[in-house]
Design a protein around this ligand. Structure first.
Ligand SMILES: NC(=O)c1ccc[n+]([C@@H]2O[C@H](COP(=O)([O-])OP(=O)(O)OC[C@H]3O[C@@H](n4cnc5c(N)ncnc54)[C@H](O)[C@@H]3O)[C@@H](O)[C@H]2O)c1
Ligand SMILES: OCCc1c[nH]c2ccccc12
Length: 283
């Protein structure tokens, strides 16, 4: 699929370790040109979409215009309503595909009325029907996963959550829980310490490690998110080709952080708490 390494989910599906996000900078925006650039010039072959981003049709158009063979792109999308079946059917049409690779429930709050157990059973049916290869969740807390696991025949393959040093205080127990159940972590918002909360306790530690590794600060943060989540998938984005190339290189050209370096960033991060998305994750 790409020069990037892949990680293996609990159902055997191989996922490119770095995903290109279409939800923050591209939210409600025409994503066609950005996706085309990311795919063809930066070799970002794993695209993270969602019904809520309201741009799936333009992602589909990009893949169509690029004439990408279905097996050469990894597509994740996420259910944006209380009805995973209706949502996925709509997303498949907009994306112009018969099947996505990974389908996630975007947030437990969305399916509260459906019931987390019932919503998960629908996800299992969708997987059986071949509408998605793999099924997982996003922004699920330990209690949400426990409720889901009570009825699950299929263990969620992934939990996509906010991971950067300034949420580690809260995220650590969830990361440990997911690891113990074989649920893979996908980190979103990994660059938040430099992009959204610059000047904090993490910055000097990241800078020092970047110098030691001959990497950029952004590359260190992407690797840190990958390593603190036991080899997890990382979802980032940029509109600039050079930055996307740099992000890919973090996983092809830069060596792993040592355990001491991973811990130094973790300790600095725990001195402050800044969650960017999904406040329920702090409750
Ligand atoms: N499941 C969810 O609830 C959820 C929530 C948020 C995001 N996401 C997904 O994750 C994707 C990525 O999230 P994100 O945008 O927060 O990721 P991120 O923290 O990696 O931030 C990306 C932003 O950082 C900037 N940037 C990129 N490279 C940089 C560099 N080297 N130096 C400085 N700034 C740089 C760019 O402006 C870019 O828009 C989203 O597009 C979406 O697909 C999912
Ligand atoms: O992916 C969850 C965070 C997010 C980014 N852009 C959005 C637009 C609508 C709802 C949620 C989001």
């Amino acid at each position: 699929m790409s020069g990037l390494s892949t990680v293996k989910l609990n159902d055997g599906l191989q996922v490119p370790v770095l995903g290109y996000g279409t939800g923050t900078a591209l939210y409600q925006k025409e994503a066609k040109d950005s996706v085309k650039m990311a795919y063809s010039e930066a070799k970002m072959h794993h695209i993270d979409c969602a019904e809520m981003y309201q741009n799936e049709e333009s992602v589909g158009l990009a893949l169509k215009e690029l004439k990408v063979k279905r097996e050469n792109v990894f597509i994740t999308t996420k259910c944006g309503t209380a009805d995973p079946r209706k949502s996925l059917e709509k997303s498949l049409k907009l994306l112009g595909v018969d099947q996505v690779d990974l389908y996630l429930i975007h947030s437990p709050l969305l399916v509260k009325d459906t019931g987390l157990g019932k919503a998960w059973q629908i996800m299992e049916e969708l997987q059986k029907e071949g509408k998605t290869k793999s099924i997982g969740v996003s922004n699920y807390r330990i209690e949400d996963l426990e409720e889901t696991l009570k009825v699950a025949k299929v263990i969620p393959s992934a939990n996509q959550i906010e991971v950067h040093p300034y949420v580690l205080d809260k995220a650590q127990s969830l990361i440990d829980f997911c690891h113990s159940k074989g649920i893979h972590i996908e980190s979103y918002g990994p660059l938040s310490s430099i992009v959204r909360h610059p000047g904090g306790s993490v910055d000097p530690v990241v800078k020092k490690i970047a110098q030691e590794l001959g990497a950029t600060d952004g590359q260190v943060l992407l690797k840190w998110a990958h390593q603190i989540t036991h080899g997890g998938i990382v979802v980032t984005t940029s509109s600039k080709k050079e930055r996307l190339v740099e992000q890919i290189k973090a996983f092809t050209d830069i060596k792993d952080l040592s355990d001491e370096q991973v811990q130094a960033i973790a300790e600095a991060g725990k001195k402050e708490h800044h969650r960017v998305f999904m406040p329920h994750m702090d409750q």
